[in-house]
Write a protein that binds this ligand. Structure first.
Ligand code: SF4
Length: 381
């Protein structure tokens, strides 16, 4: 289905079918007039590797990536990598569209997990007050406000390890999901681990997507979380996939990891049987009282490099700039949009951190010629 959509788009816009090398040649000719001189010797160092060239010429996602291939892309010169990612982005997506999502915390704090970045873990002294599950009415009225402000996707987050023994909670969440779908919005939830039966119940209620991040590489993961394993995360993702719900899974940058862990994160996601339809890239917001409170922010170039690599390796996924976007300058965000990020969280809050607001984001989008993506435009069911 996705292949045919991409092929149809390419047939409809033949100019988008240019090969990567043609784009480069075209640029050189345009710069030099009709008599283009041979490229200077130094230019050979920015000729994309074969693996990048193959990524740029791909017409469908592939999930047989090797770490070496992803490493070769990740380590490409940043301008060249950004250009390649932008070229791929145009072939699989409308580069003028940005998906606007709003995240709503439906159950704050008191979580039994020990995720070292999270203010909602009961193991960290962050001063966050735990609250019970909010009412269905509260959620539906927040979704209405988000829709009126232009958001097309509404995401619900609960600070839970899993859904075991939460029958009434699940019942209320299903009501929230159906109500939000009834407004014509996409709806995503993040509730911790779910089993196959719970995933099927959420699907029957109309859930569009389930968020469950793998957070980082398999190798670095045990230094971030000890209370559930990487494989448990992957099992929840599989339960979600088996239920026919779209998968939202990505990671957090700035946890103290190395560049190799960005490569490992992308390797995990891109070698799943199907790529996640949504790949959130978060930048750590250090929170007082958590073990990572004193982490230094990553250079922006690391974030851009990760976004661009994710776009090259998972060309059809929505790449989402998530937590930490508020710390980026507008020009930095624009570079990420150029490199293939095509969704943001907007509104009053992320789960427990600040978020760029609707008005601010609308002004930014106007300045850069971006407009909101319609609901379900990537074929989500
Ligand atoms: S499972 Fe979620 S809410 Fe709980 S500590 Fe980890 S990130 Fe925070």
């Amino acid at each position: 289905m996705r292949r045919s959509v991409v092929s149809a788009a390419l047939r409809a816009q033949p100019c988008l079918r240019r090969s990567y090398s043609t784009v480069l040649e075209g640029s050189a000719v345009a710069a030099a007039g009709n008599a283009a001189p041979p490229p200077p010797a130094a230019a050979s160092s920015v000729v994309p590797s074969e693996v990048l060239k193959r990524a740029v010429e791909a017409t469908a996602p592939r999930n047989d990536w090797t770490k070496e291939e992803i490493r070769a892309i990740y380590n490409t010169g940043l301008m060249e990598l950004t250009f390649a990612a932008a070229s791929i982005h145009r072939r699989f997506h409308d580069p003028t569209k940005l998906q606007l999502c709003t995240l709503h915390n439906i159950k704050t704090g008191g979580c039994s997990e020990d995720c070292s970045y999270c203010s909602q873990s009961s193991r960290h002294k962050t001063g966050l007050k735990a609250t019970p599950l909010v009412s269905v009415e509260t959620v539906l009225s927040a979704a209405k406000v988000a829709k009126e402000n232009g958001s097309t996707r509404f995401c619900l987050g609960a600070a839970w390890r899993d859904m075991r023994g939460r029958k009434s909670g699940l019942r209320n969440i299903k009501e929230m999901v159906s109500g939000i779908r009834g407004m014509g919005m996409e709806v995503c939830v993040t509730l911790g681990m779910v089993d196959a039966a719970q995933a099927q119940e959420l699907k029957a209620a109309g859930l569009t997507a389930y968020n469950h991040n793998v957070d980082t590489s398999r190798e670095f993961y045990p230094t971030v979380i000890t209370t559930r394993s990487y494989d448990e995360r992957l099992a929840t993702i599989q339960n979600v996939r088996d239920a026919g719900i779209n998968v939202c899974s990505g990671g957090i940058l700035g946890l103290g990891e190395k560049p190799e862990d960005h490569i490992g994160l992308i390797y995990t996601l891109s070698t799943l049987p199907e790529h996640p339809e949504s790949v959130p890239i978060n930048a750590l917001v250090p929170i007082k009282g958590t073990p990572l409170a004193d982490n230094k922010p990553l250079p922006f170039t690391s974030i851009l490099r990760t976004v661009a690599t994710a776009r090259c390796v998972m060309p059809d996924s929505i790449v989402r700039l998530a937590a930490g976007r508020i710390t980026m300058k507008e020009e930095e965000q624009a570079m990420c949009f150029l490199a293939g990020a095509n969704a943001v969280f907007t509104g009053e809050r992320m789960l427990t951190t600040d978020c760029s607001g609707w008005d601010e984001d609308k002004s930014m989008m106007d300045r850069w010629g971006l407009s909101p993506m319609k609901s379900f435009s990537k074929g989500q069911c």
